[in-house]
Design a protein around this ligand. Structure first.
Ligand code: SF4
Ligand SMILES: [Zn+2]
Length: 312
C-alpha cells in the first residue's frame, strides 16, 4: 500500500498531506504518533502482497481492494488500519516467542485452481503434522467465534484458508498427492475481552425493566480444528458467506480466481486499469456485512468509489 495522504477526523473533507502527523500539524490525532507510524511502516513495507500476487488470504477477500491498493497511492484513515495492524503485531510477538520455532512458513507460488498461489502459515509443526493459523478479533467477533464453536459449527473461511495451505504444502514442499497430506488444521481466535468475574462474585442478575442479563464473559482464546476440504470444495466456497443461510455472498473462490486472471489478461492486452477493473472485477466486498465491510474496513474505499463514480 502506498499512502498519498491522510483522511483525518480533524478536517473530514480534505486530504491532509503526508507529513500531517509527523509535523505535529494535526490538532486532534487519532493515536500517538508512534502507533500511527507503526501502522504505516507495516502497511507500506508489505511487499508480499504487491503487484497483483495471489495469496491464500486474497482469494478469501475482495480482489478489487487488493488490486487497487497494489497499484494506486491512497488517502488513508489510519483508524481503519488499526485493528488489522494490531492483529499483525500480536502475530509478530508470538512468532518471536519460545515454542515458535518453524513458526511462519512461507510457501512459494504454487499451482492451485490453475493459477500460482502463495501463502504464509503462522505456525507449522516441525514434522508438518499440524498447521496453525492465528486470528485476532475484537470482543464482538470473538463472541461469534466462541458461540459457533459451542454450537459445533465449522468456521468455513478459516477451513478454506488452512486447506489452501495444506494443499500448497503438499504440492510445493512435501511433494505428495493432496490427499496424502492430512495435518491437524488448527485455528486460534484471540481477542482483548473484559475479564471473567471471580468465582466468588455473585452471578449476574436481571437489570432494569426489561430484565436484561449481562452476557457471560467470552474467552480470550478460542481454539478450533478445521475439517479437510478438497481443492474443488474450496473452489466452490463463498468467502464471508453467512453460515446460517449459505449463498448470501454471490462469488465463489473459483470466480475470484477468474477475476484476477481476466484482469491481468486485460491489462496485458492494453486495457486501462480502471476499465479492466470495472469489466472483470465486480464489487465483491459490497455485499459483505451489508456493505459495512467496505464502509468500515476497506482501506481502498476512496479509490474504489472513484473508479465507480460513487459520491459519499
Ligand atoms: S470498497 Fe468494497 S468493493 Fe470496493 S474495494 Fe473495498 S471491499 Fe472491495
Ligand atoms: Zn488531523
Amino acid at each position: 500500500m502506498k499512502v498519498s495522504g491522510f483522511l483525518c477526523g480533524c478536517a473530514r473533507t480534505v486530504v491532509q498531506p503526508r507529513d500531517h502527523y509527523d509535523s505535529g500539524a494535526c490538532p486532534d490525532p487519532p493515536f500517538p504518533l508512534e502507533w500511527i507510524n507503526a501502522i504505516l511502516d507495516r502497511n507500506e513495507g508489505d511487499e508480499r502482497h504487491a503487484g497483483g500476487n495471489i495469496t491464500a488470504t486474497r482469494l478469501l477477500g475482495c480482489p478489487r481492494a487488493a488490486l487497487l491498493l497494489d497499484e494506486r497511492p491512497v488517502p488513508v484513515d489510519v483508524k481503519r488500519l488499526h485493528s488489522a495492524a494490531f492483529g499483525h503485531e500480536w502475530h509478530d510477538l508470538m512468532a518471536a516467542r519460545r515454542g515458535a520455532s518453524l513458526a511462519k512458513v512461507v510457501i512459494p507460488a504454487t499451482e492451485l485452481f490453475g493459477v500460482q498461489v502463495s501463502g504464509e502459515v503462522d505456525k507449522v509443526a516441525p514434522d508438518w503434522s499440524t498447521i496453525t493459523d492465528w486470528k485476532v478479533h475484537g470482543e464482538t467477533a470473538q463472541r461469534m467465534k466462541h458461540n459457533k464453536r459451542k454450537a459445533g459449527g465449522v468456521d468455513r473461511d478459516l477451513a478454506a484458508q488452512l486447506n489452501i495451505y495444506r494443499i500448497l504444502i503438499a504440492r510445493s514442499i512435501l511433494k505428495v498427492p493432496d490427499d496424502e497430506y492430512r495435518p491437524t488444521m488448527v485455528g486460534w481466535h484471540l481477542a482483548m475481552v473484559s475479564a471473567e468475574p471471580h468465582p466468588s462474585e455473585p452471578p449476574p442478575t436481571p437489570r432494569g425493566k426489561s430484565g436484561w442479563v449481562p452476557d457471560a464473559p467470552v474467552p480470550p482464546g478460542v481454539q478450533v480444528v478445521c475439517p479437510v476440504m478438497t481443492e474443488a470444495e474450496i473452489a466452490r466456497h463463498r468467502p464471508l458467506d453467512d453460515d446460517r443461510s449459505p449463498g448470501t455472498q454471490p462469488y465463489t473462490v473459483r470466480e475470484i480466481v477468474k477475476m484476477y486472471v481476466d484482469f491481468r489478461a486485460a491489462r496485458v492486452g492494453g486495457m486501462a486499469f480502471d476499465q479492466a477493473l470495472r469489466t472483470h472485477v465486480p464489487l465483491v466486498g459490497r455485499n459483505i456485512f451489508g456493505g459495512k465491510q467496505c464502509l468500515r474496513y476497506c482501506a481502498a474505499l476512496p479509490l474504489c468509489d472513484k473508479v465507480e463514480g460513487v459520491q459519499r
